[in-house]
Ligand binder design. Structure first.
Ligand code: FPP
Length: 251
């Protein structure tokens, strides 16, 4: 990977992607679904490179949802194998480019040898500062919220916080994404227009961008189209245009 940061104005700080369409990409070519995922892993590399080069600080990828466990056993184990291969082939470059790897989701459900490899990669890159590559694995937005509720309850019971201290700001400290900002731009490839249980709380104010391009074909030009669309929108966070413009003039 050749990474170089151009600092760009008005770029999103955090991009989250639902990488959909691997299966259809393969089907159209009469290939097994796993071949689509294999090509999808190449797109992952390309997207990481794109973000690092363009100074996007956080990239969150929906690699495996809580619902994906229901897929045929062969596809699930193939995806686990691909994830291991991705770490084997990319970790050195990820590390050399100062990228920190992290995950969200219930890692405990993954096979122990996969978890070990992921944890070693997280540990190795833990001091890196230029970008975060956050992979959602066995992740579900509703589960994330329920876990946070349970943890808040426990903290109250243990006397660590008062019920009156539970605000949006304190609550989100118990989500899997506690250490990272909310996504500014959420992209879904593959033509469907839904969130599929991805970052439900965190996407409250994200700009949504839906591409008909299948994930294995989502290249730099397609990524840039999403960024351009994002840059052309005005994010109002519930305010009116004039307030946003006045804030822009002040900063
Ligand atoms: C959705 O496409 C994609 C997935 C469930 C898996 C995504 C995994 C990868 C891109 C590769 C491995 C990931 C990493 C981080 C190395 P689909 O199979 O639902 O496509 P379809 O809707 O066309 O069937």
């Amino acid at each position: 990977m050749s990474f170089q940061t151009d600092s760009q104005s008005n770029f999103p700080r955090h991009v989250a992607i639902v990488m959909d369409g691997n299966g259809r990409w393969a089907k159209r070519r009469l290939l097994p679904r796993l071949e689509g995922h294999r090509q999808g892993a190449k797109s992952v590399r390309r997207a990481v490179e794109f973000c690092r080069r363009n100074g996007i600080e956080y990239l969150t990828l929906y690699a495996f949802s809580t619902e994906n466990w229901k897929r045929p056993q062969g596809e699930v184990s193939g995806l686990m194998k691909l994830l291991m291969q991705f770490i084997d082939s990319e970790l050195e470059e990820i590390h050399a480019n100062d990228i920190r790897l992290m995950t969200i989701g219930d890692l405990k459900r993954l096979p122990p040898h996969v978890v070990e490899k992921i944890q070693a990669a997280i540990e190795k890159t833990s001091q890196n500062k230029s970008m975060v590559l956050n992979i959602a694995l066995s992740y579900g937005g509703r589960q994330d919220i329920v876990n946070a509720v349970l943890q808040v309850h426990e903290a109250i019971q243990a006397g660590k916080i008062e019920q009156s201290e539970v605000t949006e700001e304190t609550f989100e400290q118990y989500l899997d994404t506690a250490s990272i900002p909310d996504p500014d731009l959420l992209i879904r490839t593959g033509g469907e227009q839904r969130l599929s249980n991805f970052l439900l709380w965190q996407s409250a104010y994200a700009e949504l961008y839906f591409s008909t391009v299948l994930w294995p074909d989502f290249d730099d030009a397609e990524f840039m189209k999403a960024i351009e669309e994002y840059r052309s929108r005005q994010r109002r966070f519930g305010m009116i245009s004039e307030q946003i413009e006045a804030e822009g003039r002040r900063s």
